[in-house]
Design a binder for this molecule. Structure first.
Ligand SMILES: *[C@@H]1O[C@H](CO)[C@@H](O)[C@H](O)[C@H]1NC(C)=O
Length: 270
């Protein structure tokens, strides 16, 4: 009986993901690969979401400031419910200089309740929010809230956007000191599927891939923003979620589609 269940699961997997071998999705995947140093202060909603062990904290994920009390990140970045396991750094540019940054601990740690940590499903609902232990002073330099893309903006297919983060410079590579940014482009859901993310679903994912297959995300970018031009603003359209293992820049990167989570975010940041 068990063998039958297992075989059925494998058959299903083979059908659902014919490119299985090249499609080992890694949720911790996401530096900016082939980016450039950001100009200080140009992405003032960018957060460094750090992981702490025995009081020692290190950059783990990105995030975006929602308002003075809440941060948007990826669910997989905040699966540990212990506030002491997290540290949030705001207004950061160079990781080696926190002198102008605000530092906070979370008091509420809320990954999306329907997040599924399964690459075969392309990690649905990979969003979450954190409440900080004391409100941010948004009048400080280089600290301001993100504008989140609302559902009426539409899919943004073909839009040139910017990914930002302190993620690895290449698969297995170092974490940069200076915040990186790179240009990329939003794919339609069909193009995302045909370019290798067979499990992409519009209501969960916004996929990006740059025109020459040179720019991408890598470990440490997770949770951080996909910044897209909407009207006269840069708005956050995605939350970095996964890439193909090794941070391949030829394959698309998967972001959680923020416009589909606006109500969830509103309900969960009360
Ligand atoms: C890759 O990112 C860099 C830095 O933002 C940018 O100059 C370049 O145009 C990008 N390449 C593509 C193909 O978008």
């Amino acid at each position: 009986m068990k063998t039958f269940i297992l075989l059925a699961a494998l058959l299903f997997a083979a059908e659902a993901a014919p490119q299985r071998k090249s499609l080992t999705l890694s949720v911790h995947a996401k530096r900016i690969v082939n980016g450039v140093d950001a100009v200080k202060g140009s992405w003032p909603w960018q957060v460094s979401v750090q992981a702490c062990t025995a009081g020692f904290c290190t950059h783990n994920c990105g995030g975006s400031i929602i308002n003075a009390e809440w941060v948007l990140t990826a669910a997989h970045c905040i699966t540990n419910p212990d506030p002491e396991a997290h540290r949030l750094v705001f207004g950061l540019h160079d990781r080696s200089d926190e002198s102008e940054s605000l530092i906070r601990k979370p008091t509420v740690i809320r990954p999306h309740e329907d997040f599924i940590n399964d690459g075969f499903l392309a990690f649905p609902n990979d969003v979450g929010v954190l409440k900080v232990d004391s409100p941010l002073d948004l009048a400080r330099p280089n600290i301001s809230p993100a504008k989140l893309v609302s559902a009426d903006v539409g899919p943004l297919d073909g839009t040139e956007c910017t990914i930002t983060g302190w993620g690895r410079l290449y698969g297995g590579g170092p974490i940069p000191e200076i915040l990186q940014q790179a240009t990329t482009r939003v794919l339609s859901n069909d193009d995302c599927i045909s370019q290798g993310i067979g499990q992409a679903q519009y209501q969960y994912h916004i996929c990006v891939n740059d025109d020459d297959g040179s720019n991408g995300s890598c470990n440490g970018d997770s949770g951080g923003p996909l910044n897209c031009p909407v009207g006269n603003d840069q708005q956050v359209a995605g939350v970095a979620s996964f890439v193909v293992t090794g941070c391949s820049v030829t394959a698309p990167a998967g972001y959680a589609r923020v416009s589909e989570y606006i109500s969830w975010i509103e309900e969960n940041t009360q």
